[in-house]
Design a protein around this ligand. Sequence first.
Ligand SMILES: [Zn+2]
Length: 112
Amino acid sequence: MKYTGKYKKMADNLREEGYDEPTIKELIQYEIERDNYLKMHDITELEAARVWQQIPEDVQRRILKNAYCVKCGSTTFTEKYNLRNNFLGIQVNGYCSKCGGRITRVVEISES
Ligand SMILES: [Zn+2]
């Protein structure tokens, strides 16, 4: 498998550390998927992304479907949203699927 840029560098480092090729492939695949995920969702805060990814997918969906817009009342987020750290947990910033206006929602994270 040929890697380029940062993935090549990562592969070289892993080889130096003595990892075998299947493991390297797996780790790099994971890294690529993670990067794509972050790009897709315009996530700039990695810590918020890490916390968000620990939330089960069905709970994530419920959060995104349960938003409030000042114009439309209860609404859902569009696909494009980003995540920020918030003192309560994480803040989801996105757009109302009804009017396209900006909406935001704080997800409280309890460390347990
Ligand atoms: Zn709206």
